[in-house]
Design a binder for this molecule. Structure first.
Ligand SMILES: [Zn+2]
Length: 201
């Protein structure tokens, strides 16, 4: 295959590292960026640079925001006694989009996965336990994805909550989400049903 100019090749290589972008899509995007007439590629590059500079990780829930404590954690209108435990920060958006949930969140930063060398200590589980102990939490909704790792992580947290003698409700989001599905990609009706159908475990 004929070699591409270095700068173009570099863009394509970097784009192909993004989730869901294969080498072919990356090449198409690379050529597209080259061809756009205005300064779109500069704007795109700037916005990516700003992302790391301006966005902060909330020190309470580990979601994203512009301050040390995110807007959701600061919002006293929300139910401060309810925490929905999720894997990734983008899942906050998916759940917020259904509109029915008014509690707080806790982003684990992944799931326990021995094959990927991710253990409980690599996740924000201890931080969750201290929130539960210190903030008078009444319900923990375990909303990790319905994958083997997601289920395993939910059970692990459930055991840990028993270990600290948590007296509140521990619920797991309900069926409706197919096995292996990802919260961030579920449609609103399915997600809403999964939330309403949560059951105590
Ligand atoms: Zn927060």
């Amino acid at each position: 295959m004929r070699k591409l100019p270095k700068a173009l090749n570099e863009v394509i290589e970097n784009l192909s590292r993004l989730p869901g972008i294969g080498p072919k899509s990356a090449a198409r995007l690379g050529f597209y960026l080259l061809a756009v007439p205005d300064n779109f590629s500069e704007k795109l590059a700037d916005s990516i640079t700003n992302l790391k500079k301006k966005i902060k990780i909330c020190r309470i829930c580990f979601g994203v925001g512009e301050d040390d404590v995110c807007e959701i954690c600061q919002d006293k209108q929300r139910n401060q006694k309810q925490i929905c435990v999720i894997e990734r920060a983008d899942e906050v958006m998916a759940i917020e989009s259904i509109g029915g949930y008014k509690g707080l969140y806790h982003v684990l930063g992944g799931v326990i996965n021995p094959l990927d060398h991710v253990g409980p200590d690599d996740l924000k589980i201890n931080e969750l336990l201290s929130r539960v102990e210190n903030d008078g939490i009444e319900e923990i909704i375990l909303a990790t994805n319905p994958t083997i790792e997601g289920e395993g992580t939910a059970l692990y947290i459930k055991k840990k909550l028993e270990g600290i003698n948590f007296k509140g409700k521990v619920t797991r989001i309900g069926s409706g989400l197919p096995m292996g599905a990802e919260l961030g990609f579920a449609d609103q009706v399915t997600l809403s049903r999964a939330f309403e159908g949560r059951r105590e475990i």
